[in-house]
Design a protein around this ligand. Structure first.
Ligand SMILES: Nc1ncnc2c1ncn2[C@@H]1O[C@H](COP(=O)(O)OP(=O)(O)O)[C@@H](O)[C@H]1O
Ligand SMILES: [Mg+2]
Length: 314
């Protein structure tokens, strides 16, 4: 069942600076040919705003804006607060101003983990929904797990061009390919066409330019990237180069500590801004989704884990 509504609101418009546009390598191309190539650039389809079926989502344990006092909503609040503080989004005046300055903002947040099935997609979706619906923060959720994309399926969005298509063709406009929620400042960039060797393309210059474009398109926007696991392929490590903050999901009582250490070890030299998040943590009678959210301190041998008490930070 598709939840796309045939409503009449506009799609998110592209807002790239010309100077940020990817430079064409073929400088010798005759002007007329270049113009013809421009004209052939695929026009992205105008996407209609989508509606989320929160009743169905909450059955799967996913955030629902109606349920503000749920355990998950409380846990997410604590996670978000720490995350926003770490990237400088919550800080006052000067630092907040720096966040808004193109090139200085730290708005690309990569969600990864050791291996498949530990809750990366669950976490990425929950964070994005909670930021957009509860805090009204402009949020873009990107499915960058090209081998096992799950965001679209989870949000009941139809197949459509997305990240892989933009990586293969820089003329495509990321902003126009995003599905836009009709109820909150949330866009979703799906995985797009199937692509067999994501690592090659993630490592390209084109990819780097694309992430810069996405970060700069709106300095106030947070970009949540649902990444592949670290130990499955090199994609996540490559993506970590572009990210400003890494949320590393650890499945409580399941992910072996040695595997976490190996995966974090791979990431930390590329990008030391890693926060560990303990998923499926059982605390107290009701159980909890997120038990811990800690900054990874490389001086510590094992990940810190303290129960997050959501009420203490307002
Ligand atoms: N804290 C949680 N509470 C309930 N279900 C969860 C939780 N974390 C993960 N899941 C479920 O476990 C499955 C695997 O999670 P998923 O996010 O798809 O893993 P990954 O993206 O790391 O491969 C999904 O069905 C997801 O909904
Ligand atoms: Mg996933």
């Amino acid at each position: 069942m598709s939840l796309i509504e045939k409503a009449g609101a506009t799609v998110l418009k592209g807002s790239f600076d010309k100077k940020d546009a990817p430079k064409t390598k073929n400088k010798k191309k005759p002007v007329a040919l270049a113009a013809a190539a421009e004209a052939e650039a695929p026009a992205p389809p105008e996407r209609e705003p989508f509606d989320l079926d929160f009743a169905a989502l909450s059955k799967e344990g996913i955030y629902s804006p109606e349920d503000r006092s749920s355990q998950l909503a409380l846990e997410l609040r604590a996670v978000k607060r720490r995350l926003l503080r770490r990237i400088g989004y919550l800080r006052a005046s000067a630092e907040r101003q720096a966040f808004r300055t193109p090139g200085k903002q730290r708005n690309l947040i990569l969600v990864t983990s050791t291996r498949a099935g530990e809750g990366k997609t669950f976490t990425a979706i929950n964070l994005a929904l909670s930021l957009a619906f509860e805090d009204q923060i402009e949020t873009l959720l990107v499915d960058a797990d090209l081998a096992r994309p799950k965001v679209r399926e989870r949000l009941a969005l139809p197949a459509a061009p997305g990240l892989a298509d933009r990586l293969l063709d820089p003329r495509r406009d990321v902003e126009a390919m995003g599905w836009r929620s009709n109820a909150a400042p949330l866009s979703v960039l799906p995985e797009g066409d199937r692509f067999d060797r994501p690592a090659d393309i993630f490592a390209s210059q084109k990819a780097q330019e694309m992430w810069t474009d996405i970060a700069r398109a709106n300095p106030n926007r947070l970009v949540i990237i649902d990444a592949p696991p670290v130990l499955a392929a090199t994609d996540a490590v490559i993506l970590a180069k572009y990210a400003d903050e890494i949320v590393f999901v650890v499945e409580a009582n399941s992910t072996p500590e040695a595997a976490v250490a190996a995966a974090v070890d791979e990431l930390i030299d590329i990008n030391p801004n890693i926060s560990l998040m303990l998923n499926r943590c059982q605390i107290g009678a009701g159980g909890a989704h997120y038990g811990s959210y800690e900054y990874y301190d490389r001086s510590e041998a094992a990940p810190a884990s303290a129960a997050a008490t959501p009420s203490s930070e307002g």
